[in-house]
Design a protein around this ligand. Structure first.
Ligand SMILES: C[S@@+](CC[C@H](N)C(=O)[O-])C[C@H]1O[C@@H](n2cnc3c(N)ncnc32)[C@H](O)[C@@H]1O
Length: 318
């Protein structure tokens, strides 16, 4: 794949590292329209670049941002100007100005302020309180909007504008249930719902009932679908894969993340793609379950021999 394009907005659930894998799975089928009921930052579609796409999310700020790009209310030069000017004020106030912008954004929802907050808040997180207000604190860093960063962000905005202009994209702020009502058999639906039990915020909560509903809609739609989820981490497995998604094909990818600085403190998670069509290296969910029960697999569709002790998984709960 070409160089991965990183969108200007950040989020904790962003799939940048999995884009190539999702893209290679998507390339196994023909479809007329790409549909994302949970678009988030949009990184997956913006890299796959389908000709036609329906991009939806329950978070109005994400949709407003991309609609503003599409309508040219936001351009890379406007972003450059805004972040440079606001960055100077932030620097002068020693960070206090961040909270002024946050209050302003929570009153008027300006997409340029959304971008400013996304790029200066703690860990690039996206979190909203019970009233729907953005509530992530400032991430202190000297000269947060240095020239090089402002240029990088405005280039990202320019690149995403081109991608949107080159296709037929529709952005809608709506619940996934409304998006699923619009799908048909020639669509490819990429679903990346919030992970059950992970975190809850105003625009981003998820229940077992919704997971089942999502499955029912996808199954009856006759559309091809790809669903992102996780299969296991060091502590537990995602049992919903074996209950709600039991009729799917599954392919998995091991992903490491670091906790602290030590090399030993690596935690692995198995990301999973569930599909209703065959993709390279997939097996049926039922087959995966049997392999795990027979301890023939370390939760991956390809059998592996592990030497590292941190990869010895607990198979409890299956
Ligand atoms: C895991 S994130 C998607 C991340 C995205 N694939 C990316 O790479 O940036 C899940 C998204 O689902 C949205 N969401 C949560 N509940 C929703 C619902 N009921 N209907 C539509 N979108 C929802 C959240 O706002 C969030 O953007």
């Amino acid at each position: 794949m070409k160089k991965i394009f990183v969108p200007p907005i950040k989020s904790q659930g962003i799939k940048t590292k999995l884009v190539e894998w999702i893209s290679s799975n998507a390339s196994e089928v023909k479809y007329e329209r790409w549909v994302e009921p949970f678009m988030g930052t949009g990184v997956v579609a913006f890299n796959i670049r389908p000709k036609r796409a329906l991009m939806c999310d329950s978070n109005p700020h994400l949709i407003n941002f991309y609609k503003a790009l599409q309508d040219k209310k936001i351009t890379s030069s406007l972003v450059k100007k805004h972040l440079t000017e606001e960055g100077v004020k932030l620097l002068k106030s020693e960070g206090e100005y961040y909270y002024e912008v946050r209050d302003r954004f929570n009153k008027n929802g300006n997409p340029l302020d959304f971008l400013f907050l996304s790029r200066s808040c703690f860990n690039g997180m996206m979190r909203f309180n019970k009233k729907g207000g953005f509530n992530v604190p400032f991430c202190k860093k000297p000269n947060r909007f240095a020239q090089a960063l402002v240029t990088k962000i405005s280039n990202q905005v320019g690149c995403i504008s081109q991608i949107i202009d080159s296709g037929n994209y529709t952005f809608i702020n709506q619940d996934f249930k409304d998006t699923l009502k619009e799908i048909n058999s020639t669509d490819l639906v990429y679903s990346d719902p919030p992970y059950l039990g992970r975190h809850v915020d105003y625009f981003d909560s998820w229940t077992e009932e919704e997971e089942i509903l999502l499955n029912n809609w996808l199954e009856t739609s006759k559309a091809k679908y790809i669903l992102s989820t996780w299969l296991s981490n060091k502590y537990r497995t995602n049992d919903y894969v074996f209950s709600v998604w039991k009729n799917c094909k599954i392919s998995t990818k091991e992903h490491f993340y670091h906790v602290g600085a030590k090399e030993d403190n690596r935690n692995a998670v198995y990301e999973a793609l569930l599909t209703n069509f065959d993709v390279k290296d997939c097996i049926s969910v039922q087959n995966m379950r049997s392999r795990i029960e027979r301890e023939e697999s370390h939760l991956t569709s390809k059998q592996k021999i592990y030497s590292n002790k941190i990869q010895q998984y607990s198979l409890q709960g299956l």
